[in-house]
Design a binder for this molecule. Structure first.
Ligand code: CA
Length: 508
């Protein structure tokens, strides 16, 4: 006696379906789609639903994710070894829509408790960020941060933490190269992140190429800087004392910040994925997309990023462009990145990892189609370059590399006050400065990493919740965590990653 086993066909036009059974399925299993497995197929992987000729398209999400390199029989396992990538969408063919997309209906009445800053931005945490103009000072700053945490923070109970805004830039770099603008504006804009309350404190060495003045706002009387090479400072303890004295001045003011009720329109949410699998695009990323729509409807700001994961889906985006400038921006950022990869002798296929492939993703096209689901369905109002600050509320494509820490660091520079991160393979990733909510794409990961994940989106695959219900659940959790009413799993555990700068310019 045999009964057919459910598998997931994502789009009616697809000629593959996804294995949903934990541990995979053995040869001979009959799927509900009619295919009988010709071999063992792992969890999350694809099965051909019809015979596919050599050179024929493999279709998932209703899009061509690959070209068969060999004949694929109905019931065969379809993985990265059997397909070639199609050409990426031609950038010249992207055109703005004749009729601009309609905005989603507004959503009123949602608020969170945040720290309102003088420039109008709103923080979700109250953190002293210590910026630096060059890596040479990082060891000394780390030492000072340890002492600040132990000796000063107990005196300022309203301040959550102190964080060294560490980076590898500042000297030994081609400071005037055209692309140097990216790391320089990133360092500057990170210090302006709303969680730091406008209290910009920069530690420099003295002889570096990146002058602290280049990363400070002119005329900001709350900003302070010091140099380790200052001739008035004799010995290590005098240097550290000077950093502590400046820190105290900023802590005094940060300690006076109070949470107040702010509309959800003050949320600035960065969406990201990492350690993705075949479920990223059908559970967690659509859940983020649904939450993104709610945030945009509430008047807030959402950014999606990761250029190499948008490149192969970019033809799906112009219809959502709120203006021709958005299409121009998409073309500009995609073309810049194509050239950047080409200069390094690579292309967008370098994106997928062994873990992605083991998780059922056969290439960057398939990964990309799942990745852009994080953007939801609202109009795209703007496109920004790496390290730029957001200019508009609504949905922005903020161009960044897809590497997790680099993307998160650039979204931080854009002004992000909440970060949402999906993972299928599992990563403990967490930013030191901004709450990072982690969403598991499958229930196996969510239960194995019960204390590292915040939300189990695998319930969407099992039918327990809908994508819309998941979006509301995430939206409410964002408001809760932004208000300081609850903490993310990784923050409870105190796990932090480094900020990692994107420097496409030469090093000397
Ligand atoms: Ca990523």
């Amino acid at each position: 006696m045999s009964s057919s086993v459910p598998s997931l066909k994502v789009h009616p036009d697809d000629n593959v379906s996804i294995i949903l059974t934990a541990g995979g399925l053995p040869a001979g299993t009959e799927l509900d789609t009619g295919a009988v497995l010709l071999e063992n197929v792992p969890f999350g992987h694809k099965v051909a639903l019809a015979d596919i000729a050599s050179g024929g398209p493999v279709i998932r999400y209703g899009e061509v994710i690959g070209i068969a390199k060999q004949p694929l029989a109905k019931g065969a396992w379809v993985n990265e070894h059997m397909i070639e990538l199609p050409e990426p969408p031609a950038l010249e063919s992207l055109k703005a829509p004749v009729v601009p997309p309609k905005a989603l209906p507004p959503l009123e009445g949602y608020t969170f408790e945040g720290y309102r800053n003088a420039d109008g931005s709103v923080g979700t945490r109250n953190v002293l960020g210590i910026s630096m103009s060059v890596q040479c000072v990082a060891g000394v700053v780390e030492h000072a941060v340890r002492r600040i945490r132990e000796e000063l923070l107990p005196l300022y109970p309203n301040v959550d933490d102190v964080v060294a805004l560490n980076h590898s830039y500042g000297c030994g770099v081609a400071i005037n190269a055209p692309d140097a603008v990216i790391p320089i504006r990133t360092i500057k804009n990170i210090a302006l992140n709303p969680n730091f309350g406008g209290e910009v404190m920069v530690v420099g060495l003295g002889c570096e190429k990146l002058r602290p003045e280049m990363i400070m706002l002119e005329g900001d009387d709350k900003a302070s800087k010091m140099f380790l090479q200052d001739e008035g400072l004799t010995g290590f303890s005098a240097i550290v004392d000077d950093i502590l004295m400046q820190a105290r001045m900023h802590l005094e003011r940060l300690d006076k910040r109070q949470r107040e009720t702010c509309p959800a329109s003050e949320l600035v949410v960065g969406m990201q994925c990492g350690g993705s699998d075949a479920f990223s695009g059908i559970t967690a990323n659509p859940m983020l997309g649904a939450a993104a729509d709610l945030i945009v409807r509430a008047g807030g700001s959402v950014m999606f990023s990761e250029v190499t994961e948008v490149r192969d889906s970019v033809h799906l985006l112009p219809g959502r462009a709120a203006s021709p400038d958005v299409v121009d921006g998409l073309v500009r950022e995609m073309a810049w990145y194509d050239a950047y990869l080409q200069k390094g002798g690579a292309d967008r296929s370098a994106n997928t990892t062994p873990g992605n492939k083991a998780g059922g993703l056969s290439g960057i096209v398939e990964k990309s189609l799942g990745s852009v689901a994080k953007s939801g369905s609202s109009p795209i109002v703007d496109v920004t370059g790496p390290g730029e600050r957001l200019r508009r509320k609504g949905l922005t494509f903020a161009a960044t590399p897809a590497g997790d820490f680099v993307c998160g660091t650039l979204q931080l520079a854009a002004g992000m006050n909440m970060h949402i991160f999906t993972t299928g393979r599992g990563t403990p990733y967490n930013l030191p400065t901004t709450p990072t909510i982690k969403v598991a794409t499958n229930s196996g990961l969510a239960s194995r990493w019960f204390d590292l994940m915040d939300i189990d989106a695998g319930r969407i695959a099992s039918g327990e919740i809908s994508v819309e219900e998941g979006g509301w659940e995430l939206f409410r959790l964002i408001l809760d965590i932004a208000s300081g009413r609850s903490m993310t799993a990784a923050d409870k555990l105190g796990i932090r990653n480094d900020l990692v700068l994107f420097n496409p310019a030469p090093i000397t």
